[in-house]
Ligand binder design. Structure first.
Ligand code: F0G
Length: 462
């Protein structure tokens, strides 16, 4: 079957996976009893359903009073069916406002854009630029906040007027998925915010895993040990002018997304046309803005999810399980192959370490081989490296710069027992012991397509 789906893990039937499905932590959450009870209370009215109002209230409750929608002529919560739809909404509208098609003139700096964010930015004529911090680039195994943005790099860009005028907004992804699920410190958030705001440039969060990020701040950043997760979350969100979120992660639901704009923030100030443009876009692609492509019950589930996710007990259990999983994989491999420190939602195996000494070249995409063989062993994970982040232009491979080369095993929330994850760790161990026998692959379809890892087909080189 693995060969029948062209070694593409996304195309493998989920019901045929006997072990752990670690493809993603997105939308794979097991919802709580309280969430299910809310689903039953869903109000499925076409316009202004109950969940919409409750969601807006919960945004204020979770992220802080600055997110209240006081001006009734202004909408600040834009619902979408998932995170990338919110990204598409933002960048489509911003692209039109800035007439970015003569591009790429404008660019969006980030601590690490996720692939869909990057794709949406590029599809609308902007350039996506990652400013990974030096600890991340140096693969420092000790640094606690490897998701940080390189502040000096941002400063150099913003201090140069010719560069500055090309930056419509700055992004921070919390936690930094592309950089290995690593957290961003409050100190870094504050510095990036001060710097961007000193030039009147809006700062946005890609807030998919905001609660997990807050947990790391509480645990490891000096000065926050006595703050609750909710308090840390509010401190984080004081610093930004807007955020988009895929509720499929820390919203603890199976579908949903939103773009939220701070009424008094720079995003609203700099782009007053944005609100109208977003509403128009929602009507065109999602439905009435008060349901934004979601069932009323989905919104109720998300409201309950946003309440649960900031509980310390939940986060402690969730993140410590991911940390244990990382330790088991290293133990099973008898080697230091997992990216350290382990992030909040997934473990990342460093392919450069895993395949060191095997002679497999980048162009043989050994990460794809590893994920295909993990499927044979009964578990699903995905490559996030040379294939997923690289591109092929006119037959020439362009690797991601800076280099990212991992296989990710993401842990769904409230889904697996430790013993399940131990089995997946053992499978990695067996493949590591046999790594000298793992063949490379060749791409038989889709090498030059955008977001190619989702659709490509491969076969083992014999
Ligand atoms: N931003 C980040 C940081 C993400 O991790 C994702 C999704 C998105 C945006 C897009 O959200 O899927 O709701 O459209 N990440 C999933 C993953 C797919 O597996 O990491 P979406």
């Amino acid at each position: 079957m693995v060969e029948a789906v062209g070694l593409n893990v996304f195309k493998f039937p989920a019901r045929m996976i006997p072990g752990c499905d670690l493809l993603t932590d997105s939308g794979t959450t097991t919802m709580t009893m309280r969430q299910w009870s809310q689903l039953l209370l869903g109000d499925e009215s076409y316009g202004s359903n109950e969940g919409y109002f409750e969601f807006k209230e919960q945004v204020v409750e979770t992220f802080g009073p600055q997110w209240e929608n006081r001006d009734k002529n202004f909408e600040n919560v834009f619902l979408f069916h998932q995170g990338r739809a919110a990204e598409a909404g933002l960048f489509t509208c911003l692209g039109r406002i800035l007439k970015s098609s003569r591009a790429p003139y404008y660019f969006i700096p980030s601590n690490g854009h996720f692939d869909t964010t990057q794709a949406n930015i590029e599809a609308n004529g902007f350039e996506a630029r990652n400013l990974f911090c030096k600890e991340a680039l140096a693969k420092d195994q000790q640094a606690r906040f490897k998701g940080n943005m390189d502040v000096a790099g941002l400063e150099a860009l913003l201090d140069d007027p010719k560069m500055r005028e090309r930056i419509p907004l700055v992004y921070l992804t919390v936690t930094n998925n592309t950089g290995g699920g690593q957290p961003v410190s409050l100190e870094n958030i504050r510095k990036v915010s001060e710097l961007s705001h000193s030039y009147g440039i809006p700062l946005m969060f890609d807030a998919c895993r905001f609660a997990e990020n807050a947990w790391f701040i509480q645990q490891f950043e000096p000065g926050y040990a006595d703050k609750s997760i909710s308090e840390v979350v509010r401190l984080m969100f004081e610093q930004v002018d807007g955020f988009h979120i895929s509720l499929k992660k820390d919203g603890l639901v199976n579908i949903g997304g939103a773009l939220v704009v701070k009424e008094n923030g720079f995003l609203n100030k700099n782009y007053p046309e944005l609100q109208g443009a977003l509403t128009g876009h929602q009507v065109l692609v999602e439905g009435h803005p008060t349901y934004g492509g979601l069932a009323g019950r989905d919104l109720k589930g998300a409201v309950e999810g946003l309440k649960t996710v900031v509980s310390h007990g939940f986060l402690d259990y969730r993140i410590s399980q991911v940390q244990r999983f990382g330790a088991w994989v290293d133990e099973a491999c008898g080697a230091d192959v997992v990216v350290k420190p382990v992030g909040g939602h997934a473990i990342y195996l460093d392919l450069d370490k895993f395949f060191a000494g095997t002679g497999l070249a980048d162009g043989q995409f050994p990460g794809i081989s590893l994920t295909a063989l993990m499927l044979v062993a009964g578990h699903r994970c995905c490559e996030l490296g040379i294939y997923s982040f690289g591109r092929n232009v006119d037959g020439k491979e362009i690797p991601p710069d800076p280099r990212v080369n991992n296989v990710r095993a993401a842990v769904p929330r409230l889904c697996y027992e430790d013993i399940d994850l131990r089995a997946a760790a053992e499978a990695f161990g067996v493949l590591y012991q046999q790594r000298g026998r793992i063949p490379g692959i060749e791409v038989i379809y889709g090498q030059e397509l955008p977001m190619r890892h989702f659709i490509s087909r491969f076969r083992f080189k014999r």
